[in-house]
Design a protein around this ligand. Structure first.
Ligand code: SF4
Ligand code: MG
Length: 339
């Protein structure tokens, strides 16, 4: 498959003045992100809160402007510094958020909510209402039953279905789903995930699925990107990532994941403490302050994302352990393994 979305060198730092001396600070929310999303696939993005997942989504939808980098959609420049994304282009990328409550207007009925965006695009009211009914059918909420209801009369799962219907109304190419099932009960979660899978197939959509829940990401994603403090530390096809994660951070995340099958538990030192302050992230390998395998090289030289030797060709990791002759004692070809 061809890439639908290509993100290169994306960067977003939030600058602010801190304290009475007014010293300048910056939060490196997204710090040099490059990845691709292939047509028709679901790319999962995982990481702890504050790793830059949601900022990444906002930069891609154009809700927020990046400082540097480039985004292309279907081979054409979608965003670059100084370029404003046209309304036409923006339609191609839609977003669904976690909080289905605050994203729906409590004073608008379901049919009005769905027809509203279409009216704004100059579509005739009768046509918009008819189309809204078909959208409701598509997300499993028949218009005859739900058209005139208000958000307060719907369950969390039903509200999220309406948000999904609204997101697909303008026939986007790419949906960014930011923790779309995190607020739902487990039983409802499965139904909404299945709906998303069906819609992806029937409408030819491509997804970016952001979540801290590794079980959910594993279920829905074809490939997964792991973020830590604004950077990608590992990326791989989903099966490869969940069976042979290579980065100590990914392994720690997986080791602390509640798993339905204890045999698949990955042996790794569990993650301790909170992520460091993104205002002053640790230099070079940003994970070195929490990594059980940190050595001198880790805080002296920056490990870049590169192919993991001997793994799937699309498995990439940013860790000195996986770079031969890097100076890390666990690296294949390193001093301690060859002498
Ligand atoms: Fe740990 Fe070093 Fe690898 Fe960073 S580069 S994850 S500190 S072993
Ligand atoms: Mg978030």
């Amino acid at each position: 498959a061809q890439p639908l979305l290509r993100v290169s060198g994306l960067r977003k730092h939030f600058r602010f003045k801190d304290g009475w001396l007014g010293s300048r600070q910056q939060v490196r929310a997204v710090d040099g992100l490059s990845f691709e999303v292939l047509k028709g696939e679901t790319l999962g993005i995982v990481g702890e809160s504050g790793c830059g997942k949601s900022t990444t989504a906002r930069l891609i939808t154009g809700m927020m402007q990046a400082d540097a980098g480039e985004i292309s959609l279907d081979g054409e420049t979608f965003w670059q510094p100084g370029k404003k994304i046209s309304a036409e282009a923006r339609r191609a990328v839609q977003m669904v958020f976690q909080d289905s409550h605050s994203s729906l207007n409590p004073r608008m009925s379901v049919v009005d909510t769905l027809a509203f965006g279409l009216l704004a695009h100059g579509i005739d009211r009768a046509v918009a209402v008819d189309y809204a009914g078909r959208l409701m059918d598509a997300v499993g909420m028949p218009a005859t039953e739900f058209a005139d209801r208000y958000p307060i009369e719907l369950s969390g799962g039903q509200r999220q279905r309406i948000n999904i219907a609204r997101a697909i109304a303008l026939r986007p190419r790419l949906l960014l789903l930011d923790e779309p099932v995190s607020a739902l009960d487990k039983s409802v979660e499965a139904q909404v995930l299945n709906l998303l899978v069906e819609l992806r197939e029937s409408l030819g959509l491509t997804y970016i699925f952001i979540s801290h829940d590794l079980n959910v990401v594993r279920y829905i994603s074809d490939r997964v990107v792991v973020m830590y403090l604004g950077q990608i530390v590992e990326s791989a096809p989903s099966d490869t990532l969940f069976s042979s994660a290579a980065h100590p951070y990914t392994r720690a995340l997986l080791a602390s994941k509640p798993s339905p099958d204890p045999r698949e538990k990955i042996a790794a030192p569990p993650l301790t403490g909170d992520p460091p302050d993104p205002i002053n992230p640790p230099r070079h390998c940003r994970f070195h302050t929490r990594c059980a395998f940190a050595e001198g090289v880790c805080s002296a030289k920056t490990p870049h994302l590169q192919a993991k030797p001997g793994s799937h060709p699309d498995h990439r990791v940013a860790c000195w352990i996986h770079v031969p002759d890097s100076g890390h004692s666990l690296a294949a070809g390193g001093k301690e393994t060859t002498s």
